[in-house]
Every structure is written in C-alpha cells, then in structure tokens.
Design a binder for this molecule. Structure first.
Ligand SMILES: Cc1cc2nc3c(=O)[nH]c(=O)nc-3n(C[C@H](O)[C@H](O)[C@H](O)COP(=O)(O)OP(=O)(O)OC[C@H]3O[C@@H](n4cnc5c(N)ncnc54)[C@H](O)[C@@H]3O)c2cc1C
Length: 398
C-alpha cells in the first residue's frame, strides 16, 4: 500500500534523527527509514561509548571541504550551545574532556534515547529495519520503493552517512542516489584513520608498539596543510592516536608526515649547548623528554649507543639525533581504510546544495545532510555538530 508523507528521511543516524525530529515538530508528516536493526549504532560506539557529542569551539575552520565556507551557515544557526541546551533539557550529564570536547558522563545511549524522544514528540513514523530499493520521481514528488511498501513524499532527505565502518551498516547509498540524480560527488576517502607503513620499513619500530606521547604533526601543502599538537600512538602496523587520526584527513598518498617528537625542546641545541655539563648517558638524557622505551628504541634504530656519554659525542652526531627527533619525516604507505576510519572525507559536492537548506539547487525537494555531504570535521565532536546543524537546517526549511 502506498503511503504519503511530507518528508521521507532515509538514514536514522545522528543527522537523520535530528532532521526528522525538527521537521516533525514543525507539523510535517515525516517518515524515517533505516535498514539497520539497531538504532544509532555509530552514536552508540562513538567517543568510546560516551559520545563526544559536540565541541565548544566548533566553527567552520574545524572542517574540511572543497568549499570551506559552505558549513558556516548551518553551524551558525545551530551551534554547539544549542545542542548543549537540548542535552541539558534531557538532564544528560556531560563533561569537557580535552580542547572543548564534550562527552556524556554515562553513556552514548542517552543521546540516542534523546533523539528518539525528540522524533516521537514530532510524531515521526518509523520504518526500521527497512531496505530502500529505489528512489524515483512522481511528478514534483518522490516515490520511494521500500521493502515495507511504496512511499510518496514531497521532500526526501538523504542522511545515510559515509562509508566508514561497513560492518555496522555504512553504505554508499547517498553517493549512488546523488549520481543517479546527476549530482557531483567529491571522491570519498577514509579519514580520521590510523596510517600504515610497509612492513619491512616498520620492523625497526615494532618494539615501540603501545608507546604514546604528545607530538606536533603536520602534513599537506598550503591551504590544505594540517598541523596538530596531540597524542601519537605507535602500533604494530603503524601510527595512530589523535595526532595521526587528525592528520590523516590532510595526508595524501606518497606524501610524508612531519612529526616533532619533542615539541617543547630543541634537542640538538640542548645536547650541544649543554654537552659539557651533561654527565648522564644519552639514553638517560633523552628519557627526560621521551618515554624511556621510546628513547631507547629511537637510539637503537638510529645507530646510537644508549650508554654513550653525551660529552664524548661529536656535535655533528648530536645535531643529527636532535633533528631526527624534532623533524621526523616518515611516509605512510596507506591507511587502515574504512574498516577503521571514523569518517569519510568527500561526499556530495557542496556546489550542488543550498547552504541554508541543504537542498539540491537543481532538484527541488531532494536534500543531503550529515556525513554524506562533502563537509568533514576534525576529531573532537565536530562531526556530530555538523550532523546536528545540517539536520536542523534541512528540518527547519522543508
Ligand atoms: C568509531 C567511531 C567513533 C566516532 N566518534 C565520534 C565522536 O565521538 N564525535 C563525533 O563528532 N563524531 C564521531 N564519529 C563520527 C560520527 O559518528 C559521524 O560523523 C556521524 O554519525 C555522521 O552522522 P550521519 O547521520 O551523517 O551518519 P550516521 O550516523 O552514520 O547514520 C547513517 C544512518 O544511515 C543508515 N543507512 C546507511 N545506508 C543505508 C541504506 N542504504 N538504507 C537505509 N539506511 C541506511 C545507517 O544504518 C545509519 O543509521 C565517530 C565515528 C566512528 C565510526
């Protein structure tokens, strides 16, 4: 049996639930369709189960897109404070962890329950789990063929996210629909993802697996250059931790990462200038600035004897060692891919969409929101803030 709605939202994730709730609460007849059997899986696993649901300092400068200004309108009309107010209304406890990142005190489940309640108060109808076979036109409206029957809707909102973590239901649905309607898609690629190195080259770093330290990390050129001060983690396959996840969004194949392992000290200068007053051996001196296991492993990998007295080493060698720590350059051979990526870079080209409503300028009634759009946040609650803001922008305009 065919059912008629004002709005059909496809994808009941962060952006989709937000959009459906807002449109429903404005009196629109809304149906929310998702193929998953469990609601909000990505929210549930986010932030280590505590959902880093926004960032106090979220602004357009924290997002990557071919048009960096595109996100400005939605972000300014639904700010992190607006989402915090909603969270407070539901009496969900939260705290700031690091650099403006807000997490639930208890569980990400509370955010899912809140969004579900918001949808319920907007009278949203659910089709879940429910597969969508096709979307076509029906005059000015849209015809959506689902396994639960045909749906006619005046507006369709595609909120099916990106390609990250296929095992919990990510699909290329948004990009397929965009292409079907002749819209440009910025080539998607995994982002916020650990980077890998060829196994032969990485073998000397294997003993460092598990070590974490605060570093400065950079990659990319000119306007596309990223620079972060965050924690780096050595793993068996390569590099991870917030520093590498952040920089992975800026890194491109065959390019090197530039890493300062001792950001607060000019190691070459300190070793050479203090050489004659330093009585300790090299291993102990480096261990003032680095985790001891890293100091030891680094010296070994770079052909230094950890027991050598600093005072007895030539300046040239000390400078070389300092350079290697303050300006480590290393070239990844790839990333862990969508299996481990927190987000998808790229997506529906923003030049196809209105900044105010996220509606396709060439196809009235068709909207794309959330991660499906070529707007990708840094690590730290920015991606959810974009999901909320773009969901609200579409929900208010339909
Ligand atoms: C491990 C992990 C941790 C993360 N932690 C954080 C964090 O703490 N803070 C933060 O800001 N961001 C975090 N992110 C990113 C954040 O989860 C996403 O950016 C955000 O969920 C995107 O929202 P969305 O609504 O666009 O897509 P999603 O939340 O991915 O929702 C898409 C929905 O569409 C459904 N769907 C997909 N394909 C179809 C189809 N063909 N038919 C029907 N339904 C479909 C899916 O089942 C899903 O419910 C994390 C991501 C991961 C993977």
């Amino acid at each position: 049996m065919t059912k008629q709605f004002d709005v059909a939202v496809i994808g009941a994730g962060a952006a989709g639930m937000m959009c459906a709730a807002v449109a429903g609460q404005r009196g629109k007849k809304v149906v929310l369709i998702d193929h998953a059997s469990k609601l909000g899986e990505k929210i549930r696993i986010s932030g280590g189960g505590r959902c880093n649901f926004t960032n106090l300092r979220a602004g357009p400068e924290n997002y990557l897109s071919q048009n960096p200004h595109f996100c400005r309108s939605a972000l300014s009309r639904y700010t992190s404070q607006d989402f915090i107010d909603l969270v407070k209304r539901y009496r969900i406890g939260f705290h700031e962890k690091h650099k403006g990142q807000l997490f639930c005190d208890d569980s990400a489940e509370q955010i899912i329950a809140m969004l579900k309640a918001e949808c319920d108060s907007g009278g949203v109808e659910w089709r879940m789990p429910c597969k969508v076979a096709a979307i076509g036109r029906n005059g000015e409206a849209f015809r959506i063929e689902t396994e639960a029957g045909e749906i006619l809707a005046n507006s369709v909102v595609i909120a099916t996210g990106g390609l990250s973590i296929p095992k919990i239901g990510a699909t290329d649905f948004a990009f397929r629909i965009a292409r079907q309607f002749g819209l440009k898609v910025v080539e998607p690629r995994p982002a916020l993802v650990p980077l890998t190195f060829d196994s032969a080259g990485w073998s000397s770093f294997l003993p460092l697996a598990g070590i974490a330290l605060s570093v400065e990390i950079a990659a990319g050129e000119k306007k596309a250059r990223g620079f972060f001060r965050e924690d780096l983690l050595f793993t068996h396959r390569g590099l991870s931790g917030p520093a590498v996840l952040q920089i992975s969004s800026f890194w491109r194949e065959a390019a090197a990462l530039s890493i300062n392992l001792v950001p607060d000290v000019d190691v070459a200068e300190s070793l050479v200038a203090g050489k004659n007053s330093i009585k300790k051996n090299l291993g102990n001196v480096l261990a003032q600035w680095l985790p001891a296991r890293l100091a030891e492993g680094w010296l070994l990998a770079n052909g230094f004897n950890a027991d050598a007295k600093v005072a007895e080493l030539p300046d040239k060698q000390l400078r070389k060692l300092g350079e290697s720590l303050n300006r480590w350059t290393i070239t990844p051979n790839g990333s862990e891919g969508y299996r481990k990526a927190e987000v998808t870079l790229g997506g529906v080209d923003t030049s196809e969409l209105s900044q105010q409503s996220l509606m396709c300028t060439r196809i009235p009634g068709l909207h794309f929101i959330g991660e499906a759009v070529d707007v990708t946040g840094w690590l730290g609650g920015y991606n959810f803030q974009w999901a909320w803001a773009s969901g609200v922008a579409a929900g208010r305009s339909i």
